[in-house]
Every structure is written in structure tokens, then in C-alpha cells.
Design a binder for this molecule. Structure first.
Ligand SMILES: NC(=O)C1=CN([C@@H]2O[C@H](COP(=O)(O)OP(=O)(O)OC[C@H]3O[C@@H](n4cnc5c(N)ncnc54)[C@H](O)[C@@H]3O)[C@@H](O)[C@H]2O)C=CC1
Ligand SMILES: CCCCCC(=O)CC\C=C/C=C/C=C/[C@@H](O)[C@@H](O)CCCC(=O)O
Length: 257
């Protein structure tokens, strides 16, 4: 799938992995609607991107993905400005074991909500033109992280939802591919603010921070490069791509007959 002229929506686009995804999509010729709950960061990133790629190539839309109304408004604005949606990257996420219901709401419920709303515009069965949806899961979507059980549960949920949607899409002819990216540790604000986010597991903070300090971490650009493969390679559907410092790997799972 060539990206030139394609229209992408990226959630959690104002910083970290979402920002790197946005920049890479723009570098490859796509136009991007950046959705983020952080207005200050979103607006200042938009100013930077205007200078690099031109004002017409991006939209910043202040949007909390927990709000159905705000997502709906963001999609309407994107369609009104760019005319279509080809790519959705559900990337917004938090790690907060204290506020565990909010973690489920943002990391999993919002991925489902945003996906279903995007389907209304992208699904070939209902007049859309198809496309690709890539969800940012985590290695915590493939195995347990003892310091954050709820975060782990949400990311397992994202992997399962992605794979089931890919199967549903193939069966029904939506013309939409669904893939998940599962990075290991990535240098972003999420990890630097970990200690006070572990709630009842805060006794594991010191041990976790020591592991993090000792490990080589991924750069956001390495994650974005792998995500681009899931967007552009039309053979990839229903994949969970693990990305670590020592390389990437397409995961295999038990097959139900
Ligand atoms: N940093 C890491 O080690 C890893 C992160 N991930 C995942 O990558 C994704 C991005 O995380 P990072 O870039 O590391 O974090 P980050 O904290 O640097 O960026 C997250 C962005 O999402 C936005 N956001 C948070 N809640 C939102 C909401 N309700 N509505 C709209 N926007 C919202 C924030 O304002 C922020 O701009 C998350 O889903 C995270 O779980 C996955 C594996 C590893
Ligand atoms: C192994 C899961 C990494 C996923 C990162 C996230 O999604 C954010 C989670 C925050 C803290 C995680 C700390 C985990 C530390 C260790 O258990 C360690 O084994 C991680 C190793 C990562 C790697 O080898 O690539």
C-alpha cells in the first residue's frame, strides 16, 4: 500500500510513539489527523509539523478517546478536511494500576470504540474504501508483567481484539486489515513516570526501575518503522509483531479449528 495521498488518523499523537508514527507517515506522503487529549503538546507539535510538511498535511484535534462524542467529532472534522480515512492507528494508552478502570477505558474500551466508529467510514460493505487499522499493544499483550496486571490485561485484550477483527474482516469482506504492534521497553514519558503509577504493586517499583535502567531500550523511531511495515505490507493481516532491541518477530498462536 503506497502512502502518498492516503489519510491517517493517529490517537495519542502528541508525543512519544504516536508522534514518531505521525512523522513517519508524513515523511511517506500521507496526511495525518493527530488526536490527543493533551492540547498544549498537540498544538505545539502541529506548529513544528506545519514548518516541516506544510499546514495542509495535518490537523490537530483535541480529543479524549474515552469520549464517543469527541471521537465522532474528530472523525467528522477529518472527513470534512481530507475527505476520507484510509489508516487508523489506535495508539493512545496509559499505565496506571491505581486508576485501573481508566486504564481499561483508554487502553481497551477506547480501541474498540474508535475502531467501530472508523469502520462506519472505512468498511467496504457499507460504502467505504477499506484500509488498515494498526493497534499499539505491547509485549505485555503477549506475556505477563507482574508490576502491572491491569495494563497487561488491556494489552492482551488489544491483541485478541485485533486478531478477531482481522478474521471478521476477512470473513465479511470489510476490505480492512487489522494488525497489532507489540514493543518491548521504549524510551518515552510513560516509563519515566512509572514509579507512582503502580498502585498496590508499588512495592515492585524499585525492582522494575532497576530492570528498566539496565535494559537497552527501543527508540520511538524503531517502533514507528516496524509499524509502517504493518501499514504498507498488504500481506499482513491479523498479525502481532513483537519489536525488541534485538529484532522483530511475527508471533504465532494456537489455531482453532
Ligand atoms: N513506552 C513503552 O515502553 C511502551 C509503550 N507502549 C504503548 O505505546 C502507546 C504510546 O505510549 P508512549 O508513547 O510510550 O506514551 P506517552 O505517554 O509518551 O504518550 C501517550 C500519548 O497518549 C495521549 N493520551 C493518553 N490518554 C489519552 C486519551 N484518553 N485520549 C487521547 N490521548 C491520550 C497522551 O496525551 C500522550 O500524548 C501506549 O498505548 C503504550 O501502552 C507499548 C509498549 C511499550
Ligand atoms: C516486557 C514488556 C515491555 C512492555 C513495556 C510496556 O508496555 C510498558 C510497561 C512498563 C514497564 C515494564 C517493565 C518490565 C520489565 C521487565 O520485566 C523486562 O523483562 C522487560 C524486558 C523487555 C525486553 O527484553 O525487550
Amino acid at each position: 500500500m503506497a502512502l502518498n495521498g492516503k489519510i491517517a488518523v493517529v490517537t495519542g499523537a502528541a508525543q512519544g510513539i504516536g508522534r514518531a508514527i505521525t512523522e513517519l507517515l508524513l515523511q511517506n506522503g500521507a496526511k495525518v489527523a493527530l488526536l490527543d487529549a493533551n492540547k498544549t503538546n498537540g498544538e505545539s507539535l502541529k506548529e513544528v509539523l506545519d514548518k516541516l510538511f506544510g499546514e495542509q498535511t495535518t490537523l490537530f484535534l483535541h480529543c479524549n478517546v474515552e469520549s464517543e462524542e469527541q471521537i465522532k467529532a474528530a472523525f467528522q472534522k477529518t472527513l470534512g478536511t481530507f475527505g476520507r480515512i484510509d489508516i487508523l492507528c489506535n495508539n493512545a494508552g496509559i499505565l496506571n494500576e491505581e486508576e485501573w478502570e481508566k486504564t481499561i477505558s483508554i487502553n481497551l474500551a477506547a480501541v474498540v470504540r474508535t475502531t467501530y466508529m472508523a469502520l462506519e467510514h472505512m468498511n467496504k460493505m457499507t460504502g467505504g474504501q477499506g484500509g488498515v487499522i494498526v493497534n499499539t499493544a505491547s509485549m505485555a499483550g503477549l506475556g505477563p508483567l507482574k508490576c502491572c496486571p491491569v495494563y497487561t490485561a488491556t494489552k492482551h485484550g488489544v491483541v485478541g481484539f485485533t486478531r478477531a477483527m482481522a478474521a471478521a474482516s476477512t470473513a465479511a469482506g470489510y476490505g480492512i486489515r487489522f494488525n497489532a504492534i507489540c514493543p518491548g521497553l521504549v524510551k518515552t514519558e510513560m516509563l519515566s513516570s512509572l514509579s507512582n503509577k503502580l498502585g498496590q504493586f508499588s512495592h515492585l517499583a524499585e525492582e522494575t526501575n532497576t530492570i528498566i535502567a539496565d535494559k537497552k531500550m527501543l527508540n520511538v523511531t524503531e517502533v514507528a518503522d516496524c509499524l509502517l511495515e504493518l501499514v504498507t505490507d498488504e500481506t499482513k493481516n491479523g498479525e502481532a509483531l513483537q519489536v525488541r532491541c534485538n529484532g522483530k518477530k511475527y508471533m504465532t498462536f494456537p489455531v482453532f479449528t
